[in-house]
Design a protein around this ligand. Sequence first.
Ligand SMILES: NC(=O)C1=CN([C@@H]2O[C@H](COP(=O)(O)OP(=O)(O)OC[C@H]3O[C@@H](n4cnc5c(N)ncnc54)[C@H](O)[C@@H]3O)[C@@H](O)[C@H]2O)C=CC1
Ligand SMILES: CC(=O)[C@H](N)C(=O)O
Ligand SMILES: [Zn+2]
Ligand SMILES: [Zn+2]
Length: 350
Amino acid sequence: MAEKMPAIMKTKPAYGAELVEVDVPKPGPGEVLIKVLATSICGTDLHIYEWNEWAQSRIKPPQIMGHEVAGEVVEVGPGVDTLQEGDYISVETHIVCGKCYACKHNRYHVCQNTKIFGVDMDGVFAEYAIVPAQNAWKNPKDMPPEYASLQEPLGNAVDTVLAGPIAGRSTLITGAGPLGLLGIAVAKASGAYPVIVSEPSEFRRELAKKVGADYVINPFEEDPVKAVMDITDGAGVEVFLEFSGAPKALEQGLKATTPGGRVSLLGLFPRDVTLDFNNLMIFKALEVHGITGRHLWETWYTVSSLIQSGKLNLDPVITHKYKGFDKFEEAFELMRAGKTGKVVFFPHKG
Ligand SMILES: NC(=O)C1=CN([C@@H]2O[C@H](COP(=O)(O)OP(=O)(O)OC[C@H]3O[C@@H](n4cnc5c(N)ncnc54)[C@H](O)[C@@H]3O)[C@@H](O)[C@H]2O)C=CC1
Ligand SMILES: CC(=O)[C@H](N)C(=O)O
Ligand SMILES: [Zn+2]
Ligand SMILES: [Zn+2]
């Protein structure tokens, strides 16, 4: 194995990142070294690349970026007995404490001391990476690495879509970014019908249709609430899944939800949101779920089974694949322009 490797690093507290040569790391106690087979860009990586306010408050350069990954264990650190060389793994990004009130109530996804892999420490945009053994998820050998790398964001989509009954239910999804597209795939694989998608980007509406959306709406050209009422004969949808983080989408989605329906909120809003809670939520007796992270570890079992079922239409979601990291700036700029679904790097060119 080489002594040095290329890595995409946030080298400075400023816009962008650099492709640098760094030492291949050694695993410490409780860690393993993986050969990275595939790694995908998350919206959070884009925030770090753009160096927005959240990133400035959280990231300590210099740091290797990336946290969505599939890789092969090539070296096991001291004290690790759950993994061995050759294991094919992906990584849960939330490193939880196991000691806080939330963890003691099996609510690991909201651990109050969560550290995030690839956010609070070096990540996986490299040929090799160090992974905490406690956060490794073992993959079936025949799972394509690009699918295996998507399991972490698929976990967000699964927890959003499957927070309540979905089979046969009319469903509205607002936002067809990478996560919303994964949400469409999970909803269709789980029997939702019709799946109605509201998304202003024509490129992403087309992707939404390819993934399986039954109807797509441009909320900047037509009233999505009226469109949903027309489709549902005036009833509204049983399930509203918010994947955009746009305050207007939230309000429209609540208006389009049938009284007594279910709402799952994953999108993160840029600022506080003012809402007519009485009429849009309380008098409609809506069931509302805040979604974050993934339930550990049941969501990983659900995601892996859904992928292995062959019912998840993931190929249209993966719009860009790159061998090596040479064109990483192109990848980030395309993603920034909203001209991608999921972007996957295969670090090893051989
Ligand atoms: N709660 C959690 O644990 C997590 C939440 N997130 C959040 O989930 C959301 C989705 O993530 P990505 O797909 O990566 O984000 P993204 O920003 O790529 O996609 C959001 C989509 O919403 C669309 N949109 C904007 N205004 C809209 C409107 N009025 N109506 C309908 N669609 C509208 C945009 O065109 C875009 O395609 C983001 O807000 C992200 O911050 C991401 C990861 C974890
Ligand atoms: C911070 C992240 O982007 C991560 N995907 C998560 O689920 O928390
Ligand atoms: Zn992420
Ligand atoms: Zn905890």
